[in-house]
Design a protein around this ligand. Structure first.
Ligand code: DX5
Ligand code: ZN
Length: 322
């Protein structure tokens, strides 16, 4: 769903492999929304990286969504291991020889997001037969196999029409762009409505401030969205945001992380609600109108819990218990 608020999945392909757990913690702390895991088998692509065992170990390091990108010839053979390792989304390549549908079905049966990736030369039409089974379309803007390659602008032209392949999904369909995304190319990717920017080497470049890089790339992508897709006019919000709940800041932030972990984007804004005993007004936890029903379905119970916790917290503050 192109909301113009592109999110960033950090690829650890160019991270320090001697300290992968530390690198994952570092990039999440710097603001990465997801971890992108490039699995390569030395057969589908001429490179070898890591497998489900390593992913399972990294799973203990962070709660952010794991986005597996399987550049392997036989994903069907290993898919249960990747699901068991804790991948929240799994994207396989449409160019593989083996049957694709069973693997997409297995991913969804496990309650995860299923995706198909296209090499630069593969047309979007190759995904048509699998459309109904897709949550993710991943447009590769480099030849798969290595980080630090240059962004292929012609391949990027598939990003905008790729959304059409997801029109069957009321909410949650995502277009990912993967390869050569950095501060020079983020505006193009964002301008074409990419939802998830996969960024690798730009974040793990020695001496670069990772947090600033992430904020810059996301801001440039949003800038691109504002002015590229809308012929230079600030976009009419494709999706109004509705207030799901108003909570004191610390509770709002916790709840925001909980909702976002399941893939629903959240805006946290200073509300017009009550002023708390600590002098700070409640914050609004806002979700896209399109996702309101899904948010209620998933989080109505938690909302009641947070409201009760917040009220108890106010009572304690009023009673001077801090
Ligand atoms: C390439 C991988 C990409 C790559 C991204 O085969 O799928 O995820 O690691 O890294 P950069 O951002 O360096 O192109
Ligand atoms: Zn990748």
């Amino acid at each position: 769903m192109g909301t113009g608020r592109a999110r960033l999945a950090a690829s650890i392909l160019d991270a320090d492999f001697a300290n992968l757990g530390y690198e994952v913690r570092r990039v999440v702390k710097a603001g990465a929304d997801r971890i992108h895991l490039d699995v390569m088998d030395g057969h589908f692509v001429p490179n070898l990286t890591f497998g489900p065992k390593a992913i399972k170990a990294l799973r203990r390091v962070t709660g952010v969504p794991f986005d597996a990108h399987l550049m392997i010839s036989e994903p069907g053979r290993y898919i249960d291991q990747f699901l068991d390792a804790g991948c929240d989304s799994v994207t396989v390549h449409v160019e593989i020889e083996e049957p694709i549908e069973p693997t997409l079905r297995a991913i969804r049966a496990a309650g995860r997001a299923a995706g198909l990736a296209l090499k630069p030369a593969t047309p979007l039409s190759a995904l048509e037969p699998y459309r109904e089974l897709l949550d993710i379309v991943m447009v590769m803007t480099v030849e798969p196999g290595f980080g630090s390659q240059s962004f292929m602008r012609d391949a990027a032209q598939k990003i905008l029409p790729a959304r059409d392949l997801l029109r069957h999904k009321a909410f949650g369909g995502e277009v990912h762009v993967d390869g050569g995304v950095n501060r020079e190319t983020a505006e193009i990717a964002g301008g074409l409505g990419a939802d998830i920017l996969v960024v690798g080497s730009a974040l793990f470049t020695k001496g670069r401030n990772m947090g600033r890089e992430i904020r810059l790339i996301k801001a440039l992508a949003d800038e691109g969205f504002q002015y590229q897709l809308n012929d230079g006019k600030p976009p009419i919000p494709r999706d109004n945001w509705v207030t799901f709940v108003q909570l004191p800041k610390v509770f709002a932030r916790r709840f925001m992380n909980e909702i976002e972990a399941g893939g629903i984007p959240v805006l946290m804004l200073r509300g017009d609600g009550q002023i708390n005993p600590d002098g700070i007004r409640d914050y609004e936890v806002k979700v896209p109108a399109m996702a309101e029903a899904l948010t209620i379905e998933r989080h109505a119970e938690a909302r009641e819990r947070y409201l009760a916790e917040a009220e108890a917290w106010r009572e304690r503050l009023r009673a001077g218990e801090g």
